[in-house]
Design a binder for this molecule. Structure first.
Ligand SMILES: O=C(O)CCC(=O)C(=O)O
Length: 332
C-alpha cells in the first residue's frame, strides 16, 4: 500500500474515532440537514477502524487506494439530506430529497435480487391477497429476512425510522417494487382499522424517464410550490367520491391532484390515519400513474400504530364502538 494511502487511511480512522463519520445518529438530527456519505463507494471515510487488516491488504480492490479521482467521486457522492418539505396538511405529506444516494438505491434494489414476483393486492379483510393486474401491475417482493439485509438496507431502514419519527418496532418489512412500461397501481388506501398502517414511507430507487408519478387526487390543504417535481391541484369532488364510494379511473385522476415525481433518492412520507386513528378518506387515496418510458423502482415501509408483533388493541377498541365503517375524517 502506498505510504500516502496509509496516511490518509490513518487520518480517516482518527476522524472516525472522533465521531466524524457520516452515519446518521440521533444527535445529528438536531441540525438542519444531515450529511450522508455513501458507505458503499466511500468506504475509506469510516470503515477503516473495523476492517483495517482486510481492507489494508485489499488495496488493489480500490477501497483504500486514494487516487484524487476516487476522492472526487466520493465528494460528489456525498449528499445532503434536504430538510423535509411539506406538500400537504391533509393527509400530512412531506418529502426529503437526497435521502439516499444513487449507489444506496441500487444496493437496496439488489438486495431483493431474484425474489421479485408479480405484484398482488389485498382483497377484503387482511389475510387474503390476490393478483389483479387491472388494479396493480409490476413486480414486488418483501425483504423479510433480516439476516440477508446488507448494511446499506439496514441503514436505509434506520434512516426511514428517523425521518418518520417512528419507533423501529412498529415498522413493517421493506417492500421493494418495480414498474416497467405500462405498469401502474390503481387508486387505493394503504390502511384500514385492521391493517393499522398509520404512516407510509416510500423511497424512490429509480426514476422512469416518463410517467410513474405518485398521485394523490384529493389532498386537502395543499402547500403549493415548495418542491420541484411535486405539483398539481386537488380535485374538488372529495365529498361526492366518499358518498358514492365510486372511484374514477386512474387515467382520469392522473391528470389532476398532487403529482409527485419519483425522483431517485427522494423519500415521500404520508399519513393514512389522523392522530385519533381515523382513516383520512378520501384524501389519502393514492395511486401510481402508468410508466411511459423507463423503469420505476421503490422501497416502502409501512408503520403501524402498534408493535408489529403485538395485537392491534386500538383496532379492537374502535371495532367495539361500532363506529368502524364511519371511522373516517369527513371531507370539508
Ligand atoms: O408506486 C407508488 O408510487 C406508490 C406505491 C403504493 O402506493 C403502494 O405500493 O401501496
Amino acid at each position: 500500500m502506498p505510504v500516502m494511502g496509509f496516511l490518509l487511511a490513518f487520518i480517516s480512522a482518527v476522524a472516525t474515532a472522533a465521531g466524524e463519520d457520516f452515519r446518521v445518529d440521533s444527535s445529528r438530527l438536531a441540525s438542519q440537514d444531515i450529511i450522508l456519505g455513501s458507505r458503499a463507494s466511500c468506504s475509506f471515510s469510516f470503515s477503516f477502524s473495523s476492517s483495517f487488516s482486510s481492507s489494508f491488504s485489499s488495496c488493489s480492490s480500490s477501497s483504500f487506494c486514494f487516487s484524487s479521482k476516487e476522492e472526487a467521486n466520493c465528494a460528489a457522492e456525498t449528499r445532503r439530506w434536504q430538510p423535509p418539505r411539506l406538500l400537504a396538511r391533509n393527509p400530512l405529506i412531506y418529502v426529503i430529497d437526497n435521502f439516499a444516494t444513487k449507489e444506496e438505491c441500487l444496493e437496496v434494489f439488489n438486495n431483493s435480487h431474484g425474489r421479485m414476483e408479480s405484484a398482488r393486492v389485498w382483497k377484503g379483510s387482511m389475510g387474503r391477497e390476490s393478483q389483479n393486474a387491472a388494479v396493480r401491475s409490476g413486480l414486488t417482493t418483501t425483504l423479510n429476512k433480516p439476516a440477508k439485509w446488507t448494511s446499506v438496507t439496514r441503514e436505509i431502514i434506520e434512516r426511514m425510522d428517523a425521518a418518520t419519527m417512528m419507533p423501529h418496532a412498529v415498522g413493517q418489512y421493506l417492500q421493494v417494487t418495480q414498474y416497467d412500461v405500462g405498469d401502474s397501481y390503481d387508486l387505493h388506501r394503504d390502511s384500514s382499522i385492521e391493517a393499522a398502517r398509520t404512516l407510509t414511507a416510500i423511497l424512490f430507487l429509480e426514476e422512469p424517464e416518463e410517467g410513474g408519478e405518485l398521485i394523490f387526487p384529493w389532498v386537502d390543504d395543499l402547500v403549493s410550490g415548495p418542491v420541484a417535481g411535486a405539483e398539481g391541484a386537488p380535485r374538488k369532488d372529495a365529498k361526492e367520491i366518499l358518498a358514492s364510494g365510486k372511484l374514477p379511473p386512474l387515467r382520469e385522476v392522473c391528470e389532476a391532484g398532487l403529482r409527485v415525481r419519483p425522483v431517485q433518492g427522494r423519500l415521500v412520507v404520508f399519513r393514512s390515519h389522523d392522530l385519533m386513528g381515523r382513516l383520512i378518506m378520501p384524501h389519502s387515496l393514492h395511486g401510481s400513474c402508468p410508466v411511459r418510458r423507463g423503469v420505476k423502482r421503490l422501497a416502502q415501509r409501512w408503520y403501524q400504530w402498534h408493535d408489529v408483533h403485538s395485537n392491534n388493541l386500538l383496532g379492537e377498541l374502535i371495532s367495539q364502538t361500532g363506529l368502524e365503517p364511519s371511522w373516517r375524517v369527513k371531507p370539508k
